[in-house]
Design a protein around this ligand. Structure first.
Ligand code: PLP
Length: 430
């Protein structure tokens, strides 16, 4: 469903859905069903042959998930979305949709620790080579590219360094080489629209800000519909050669009648079909509830985080504060070029006293939760060296920017006075 609205506040409430066609329900119903009755054998045959789009089986599509997919695609200015079971599955499928054993992709070093492990170990074990490059130097992406490079991968606002990724610079380099850029926009929904800056695909862990209430794990892909896969020819064998698992379909060809959705169509009907990482309709409902207030919450998150960063900067026990709004030079230019309406709600800081001070600070928190999550409406904190980044080798840990005394905050939407008071009393104990 196309909507006449363009403002994120309106799209978050009305994108992709008006009322339920079966019941006129205004809230999106939870279609908790595995399967869908075919009208007759011709209808079934058409659906399986993709001559007609419609519901077949919830591993592949579901009407509740469909609203979330459409709404997220509308918010990001994409052509179609695909919901799945977790952010990790969205990352995995975003790469696996283009790369097969023997292929490679180029990734920014500045990644969530789980993504780093997935790329450096699990995908490598499956024969897909990751080439890590430093994102402060966009040309490094070009140098790492060869004829088996299928995509580039990066995060908009990667923690812990919080250096905003040079989306336009790398997307342009990619387009000159015929390579699409996939952007993980988990930490910057609404405040950044990577497709506007040349990215081809956006992925989310909806677990974070989209859900916003810390209840459900989920992931989502938005296809920008702005990349010419067919022109890429041999670079994209998964999209441009006959698929033996789908009666020889060539996806860049087969998608034509449906719109510029070859990438997300293949991901849905081949990868979701085979790998099975579907989102449950109940979780899709939870994410829709979160999404409806996402623009409002992002504003409150960003405002509080800016106040926290400013406050920490003046504290004697804090040696460094990491926040895009406090950066200068090229990093600040990028933050201002790619973020609008705020600098996100992640704040990093380094404590005098290293690892032990980090532990004492976390143990003293009373309101902030000590959890391995970001993007909850509640304020959250973690000490990466002893948790999220502890499984990485010391070298890999340093490459991702985590030092022993580093603490990451995901600033929530509580009253700012209560947030600052909790931080101050924990700093006193650190
Ligand atoms: N991407 C980023 C930036 C994340 O922070 C996370 C989780 O922390 C993920 C991806 C993975 O998402 P999920 O936990 O939903 O699998």
């Amino acid at each position: 469903m196309t909507t006449p609205w363009h403002h994120p506040e309106t799209l978050a409430l009305h994108g992709g859905y008006r009322t339920d066609t079966a019941t006129n329900a205004v809230a999106v119903p939870i279609y908790q069903t595995t399967s869908y009755q075919f009208a007759d054998t011709q209808h079934a045959e058409n659906l399986f042959a993709l001559k007609e789009l419609g519901n077949i089986y919830t591993r592949i599509m579901n009407p509740t998930c469909d609203v979330l997919e459409q709404r997220m695609a509308a918010l990001d200015g994409g052509v179609a979305g695909l919901a799945m079971s977790s952010g990790q599955s969205a990352t995995t499928l975003s790469v696996a949709n283009l790369c097969q054993a023997g292929d490679n992709f180029v990734s920014s070093t500045d990644l969530y620790g789980g993504t780093w492990n997935l790329f450096a170990n699990t995908l490598t074990g499956l024969g897909i080579e990751v080439r890590f490059v430093d994102p402060t130097e966009p040309e490094a992406f070009a140098r790492a590219t060869d004829e088996r490079t299928r995509c580039y991968y990066a995060e908009t606002l990667p923690n812990p360094k919080l250096n905003v990724f040079p989306i336009r610079e790398v997307a342009d380099i990619g387009r000159a080489h015929g390579v699409p850029l996939i952007v993980d926009n988990t930490a910057a929904p609404v405040i950044c629209r990577p497709l506007d800056h040349g990215a081809a695909v956006v992925m989310y862990s909806t677990t974070k800000y989209v859900g916003g209430h810390g209840t459900s794990i989920g992931g989502l892909i938005v296809d920008g519909g702005n990349f010419d896969w067919e022109a890429g020819g041999d670079r994209f064998p998964t999209l441009n050669t006959p698929d033996p698992s789908y009666h020889g379909a060539v996806w860049s060809e087969a998608a034509k009648a449906l719109g510029p959705i070859a990438y997300v169509l293949r991901m849905r009907v081949v990868l979701l079909r085979d790998l099975g990482t579907a989102m449950s309709p109940f979780n899709a409902f939870q994410f829709i509830q979160g999404l409806e207030t996402l623009p409002l919450r992002m504003r409150a998150h960003c405002d509080n985080a800016a106040r926290v960063a400013d406050h920490l900067r003046g504290h004697p026990k804090v040696t460094t504060v990491i926040f895009p709004g406090l950066q200068s030079g090229e990093m600040r230019r990028r933050a201002d070029a790619y973020l609008s309406g705020g600098y996100g709600a992640l704040v990093g800081f380094e404590l005098e006293g290293g690892r032990e001070a980090g532990r004492r600070f976390i143990d003293a928190l009373k309101m902030f939760y000590h959890v391995a999550n970001i993007g909850d409406a509640r304020s959250l904190a973690i000490h990466p060296a002893t948790t999220t980044h502890s499984q990485l080798s010391p070298d890999d840990r340093l490459a991702t920017g985590v030092s022993e005394g580093y603490v990451r905050l995901s600033v929530g939407i509580e009253h700012i006075d209560d947030i600052l008071a909790d931080l101050d009393q924990a700093l006193a104990a650190a």
